[in-house]
Write a protein that binds this ligand. Structure first.
Ligand SMILES: [Zn+2]
Ligand SMILES: [Zn+2]
Length: 78
């Protein structure tokens, strides 16, 4: 793993080059686990652009999501 200089644009933590991508909107690096066989953090999404048939990446900042993706919101359990 090669840690890159820029931290994740979403969560602000260090990212490994192999486990991150550049956001297609803000052009900043964020966590994206591209492997299914290892656990990894996802701070954005990847999808296939149907028009250009190419992969698109966007961080949660640009998608307007909360940073804690996948984690249930902390609600009052009482
Ligand atoms: Zn992150
Ligand atoms: Zn972005």
């Amino acid at each position: 793993m090669t840690t890159v200089d820029d931290p994740c644009a979403v969560c602000g933590e260090a990212v490994e080059e192999e486990a991150s991508v550049l956001c297609g909107v803000c052009d900043q690096r964020f966590h994206l686990n591209q492997r299914n066989d290892v656990d990894g953090r996802d701070c954005g999404e990847v999808w296939i652009d149907e028009q250009y048939l190419s992969l698109r990446f966007a961080c949660f900042n640009c998608l307007g999501r909360a940073t804690a993706a996948g984690e249930p919101p902390v609600g009052s359990g009482h």
